[in-house]
Design a protein around this ligand. Structure first.
Ligand code: BGP
Length: 490
């Protein structure tokens, strides 16, 4: 087997604006939905119902530390950070545009020049450092105003605001950005609609439950996002025929194994793959809204509003490639209620997996699950695939010499890259591997710094203290050598 990865393979890392930039109200930016949550797993966002205006308003909890407000100060330190990525030989870097830097409330007519300028400089710097920008248009960063004023994506007007936003950034960054991703992990809508799909309950009868959505609202959000995704592909190709537009789905859920060969568990596992992943992947990649989704609508007695034009758009404008995150596999058993977190579905522990990451997160490690996932998606959609998230979060502390020996991370990546290589041999068109969190950032799920993914350590802590100084972990040199040898030396 050829041990080298294909020529032109994208090697790099991925972050998201809301987890690293900080500067949450700088240069005209207004709050987005994650700015009022300490981690997207939270059930208690910093929102309070105003009976006068009949709307939610931001009310942060003074007892909580909102680490994302300062992040790792990437907004001011990105040059230094990109230089460290360049030091590893990255030829690609993924981040997101915070929508609220460009259109602070989301519904303005004119964009904010200061926000546009920031990303101009950032993308120029990436290119100068030899990195292809891979840019997510929406990574849990829907402007808060769009949720409190409109209830988010269940309102059709969001499609208009979105089209304005993407038209602005496609025109502005034409020629600088070749790879665009639409909605980060939007398929997690089925369990976390508020951040994954930008939805908020604005029904006054539930003024204590901002996160509780009706079926109508969730599925209306779904079809509106399908239409917006199609518009993105159309507008992107019209404005810059050289750009490539991909969907981004959390795909740990593809590796949902039946707990045993009980046919009900086999079918149940497949149903869970559908309703946690394929229900977005199918329309994004094939243009078809699947029958199993329509069955859900029928049985719930709902029929989301979708015009003939929108249906045609969805059919015509499918994505150019599929991008995914993969952290671990899960199991399905009819006897067990499923639990989830940012890593994916949990289910009953899989007795065949020997390793889990250390506590408190204890994610099972399943590299073969990645090969399985890549093959399933490749056979199903026949699209090029870009891995834009894979990694392991660990609670790490420098030793007396200030060093971090992160062998666990090295082993995790090595074992996963071996399986990526196998998948490429199997015939999957995988064109890049972007490690999640190459520099320590704020955790999406729990909002803490303690969960570190980086090759680069950042001195910042859960209580908000720290110098923000950067230092290199052992994995930094190891990954540099992987890239230098085109994956031959793992
Ligand atoms: C994905 C998200 C990322 C990210 C990652 C790891 O769901 O797209 O934003 O952070 O998971 O999750 P966590 O930070 O909770 O460990």
């Amino acid at each position: 087997m050829n041990k080298r990865f294909p020529d032109g393979f994208l090697w790099g890392g991925a972050v998201a604006a809301n987890q690293c930039e900080g500067a949450w109200l700088t240069d005209g930016k207004k709050p987005n939905i994650t700015d009022v949550m300490v981690g997207i797993n939270t059930k208690e966002p910093g929102l309070v119902w105003n009976p006068g205006t009949q709307k939610w308003e931001m009310k942060l909890d003074p007892e909580k530390v909102y680490l994302s407000h300062e992040g790792i100060d990437f907004y001011h330190r990105y040059k230094e950070d990109l230089a460290l990525m360049k030091g590893m030989g990255f030829n690609a870097f993924r981040t997101s545009i915070a929508w609220g830097r460009i259109y602070p409330s989301g519904d303005e007519e004119e964009p904010n020049e200061a926000g546009l300028k920031f990303y101009d400089d950032l993308f120029d710097e990436m290119r100068k450092d030899g990195m292809e920008p891979v840019i997510t248009l929406s990574h849990y960063e829907t402007p808060l105003h769009l949720l409190t004023e409109y209830g988010g994506w269940s309102d059709k007007r969001l499609i208009t605001f979105w089209k304005r936003y993407v038209t602005t950034v496609f025109n502005r960054y034409k020629g600088k950005v070749r790879y665009w991703l639409t909605f980060n992990e939007v398929n997690n809508m089925y369990r976390r609609p508020v951040v994954s799909a930008g939805l908020l309950n604005i029904h006054p009868e539930h003024t204590d439950k901002p996160l509780e959505m009706t079926d109508e609202q969730v599925w209306q959000g779904y079809v509106n996002i399908l239409a917006a995704n199609a518009w993105t592909v159309k507008l992107g190709h019209e404005i810059d025929p050289d750009c490539q537009i991909g969907c981004m789905l959390s795909s740990s859920s593809v590796a949902t194994y039946p707990y045993n060969c009980d046919p009900e568990n086999v079918l149940g596992a497949y149903q869970l793959q559908r309703i946690s992943n394929f229900y977005f992947g199918d329309p994004f990649c094939t243009g078809i809204i699947p029958g199993y989704v329509k069955r859900i609508w029928r049985e719930a007695g709902i029929s989301p509003v979708l015009s003939e034009e929108e249906l045609q758009m969805i059919k015509t404008y499918t994505v150019d490639f599929f991008s995914l995150s993969y952290y671990r596999s899960g199991t399905y058993s009819k006897e067990t209620e499923n639990a989830y977190d940012t890593g994916g579905i949990k289910g009953k522990p899989n007795p065949y997996l020997a390793k889990t990451s250390p506590e408190p997160w204890s994610w099972p490690v399943d590299p073969v699950g990645l090969r399985y996932t890549l093959n399933v998606l490749s056979d199903r959609y026949h699209k090029p695939i870009l891995i834009v998230e894979n990694g392991i979060g660990l609670d790490e502390h420098p030793d007396e010499e200030g060093k971090i020996h992160d062998e666990f991370r090295v082993e995790y990546i090595r074992d996963h890259l071996i399986q990526v290589r196998e998948a490429i041999e199997d015939g999957c068109d995988v064109f890049g591997y972007l490690y999640w969190g190459p520099i320590d950032i704020v955790s999406a799920g729990t909002g803490e710094m303690k969960k570190r993914y980086g090759f680069v350590y950042v001195d910042r802590h859960n209580d908000g203290t720290g110098t923000l100084e950067r230092s290199l972990k052992d994995s930094y040199d190891w990954f540099r050598n992987v890239i230098r040898t085109q994956g031959e030396e793992l």
